[in-house]
Design a protein around this ligand. Structure first.
Ligand code: SF4
Length: 134
C-alpha cells in the first residue's frame, strides 16, 4: 500500500516542498511538491535523492562508548554522564572557548535555538555556527 506525505526538506534552510511516497512503512520515493510556493516542485539532488539513509540498517539506534578501543553499546544515562564528566574536565582545564558547536540545518529551529542556549549558558562560549544561516 502506498501513501504520500507532504513535507518540507530539512537538508538546508531553503525549505523546499517535498512529497514523500511510503510503501509498507518505508520511504520509497521523494519528489518535489509542485504546489509549494517557494520551490514549485523543484529540488536539488540532496532533496530528491538523499533519503536512502532513512531505511539503512547501519543507522545508530543506541549510544556507543569506546571501551578498550572498541565501541560498546551503552545506556543514555551512562553516555550522558560520561559526556558531562568529560565536558567539565575539559572546561576546567582549557576554559569555555575550547569548545565549539556546529548545529545542523537538519534540526528544527527550536533545536538550533537550544543548541545556542546550551553553548552560551551552560558551556559559556559563543563558538556556535551552522550551515542553516546561509
Ligand atoms: S531540496 Fe535542496 S535546496 Fe531544497 S531544501 Fe532540500 S537541500 Fe535545500
Amino acid at each position: 500500500m502506498e501513501n504520500q506525505v507532504e513535507t518540507i526538506c530539512s537538508f538546508c534552510g531553503t525549505g523546499c516542498g517535498l512529497v514523500v511516497e511510503v510503501e509498507n512503512d518505508k520511504v520509497s520515493k521523494v519528489k518535489g511538491h509542485k504546489e509549494n510556493p517557494s520551490s514549485h516542485g523543484e529540488t536539488c539532488v540532496k532533496g530528491a535523492l538523499g533519503w536512502e539513509y532513512i531505511n539503512s540498517d547501519r543507522r545508530l539506534t543506541e549510544p556507543l562508548i569506546r571501551k578498550n578501543g572498541k565501541l560498546t553499546p551503552a545506556s543514555w544515562d551512562e553516555a550522558l554522564t560520561l559526556i558531562a564528566e568529560k565536558f567539565s574536565t575539559l572546561k576546567d582545564k582549557h576554559g569555555p572557548d575550547a569548545f565549539g558547536c556546529f548545529s545542523s540545518s537538519r534540526s528544527t529551529n527550536e533545536l538550533n535555538f537550544l543548541a545556542g542556549k546550551f553553548m552560551r549558558t551552560v558551556i559559556g562560549t559563543n563558538n556556535i555556527d551552522s550551515c542553516n544561516r546561509t
